[in-house]
Design a protein around this ligand. Structure first.
Ligand SMILES: [Zn+2]
Length: 124
């Protein structure tokens, strides 16, 4: 999918919403604008897909497809949902050995009151 294949009105909205022009710019804005480093792709001429992976996991937030027409509010609220989902996944899988007394190799949840990692968990 090239930028010139995309719906022109959608391109205009994306340029405005992300304050950058073109696919590379939009990707940069989506990545930098979210704590989880979300990504954007283009399933068709009239849709965008937003999603994110969680570092250390082989899965991430569910990818959301927005079909044109949509608004900038919808884009940002979708990105907020994705961030929250990533945080939940992170918190349920990145616990350090001291977070809970779990002794198997399964990913363990973060204890937000853990004194070893201060509730930040570990980068896997
Ligand atoms: Zn911990």
């Amino acid at each position: 999918m090239n930028e010139q294949d995309l719906n022109k009105d959608m391109v205009e909205l994306l340029n405005t919403t992300f304050s950058r022009e073109g696919m590379n710019g939009w990707s940069k804005s989506v990545y930098k604008g979210t704590t989880c480093g979300a990504h954007i792709s283009y399933p068709s001429e009239t849709s965008i897909a937003l999603g994110s992976i969680v570092e250390g996991c082989d899965y991430g937030a569910e990818t959301v497809v927005l079909e044109w027409p949509f608004t900038d509010e919808v884009i940002w609220s979708t990105l907020t949902d994705i961030e929250e989902e990533c945080e939940m996944i992170w918190n349920s899988t990145h616990g350090c050995p001291d977070c809970f007394d779990i002794s198997d190799d399964e990913p363990s949840p973060i204890n937000l009151n853990c004194s070893s990692c201060q509730g930040e968990g570990l980068i896997l």
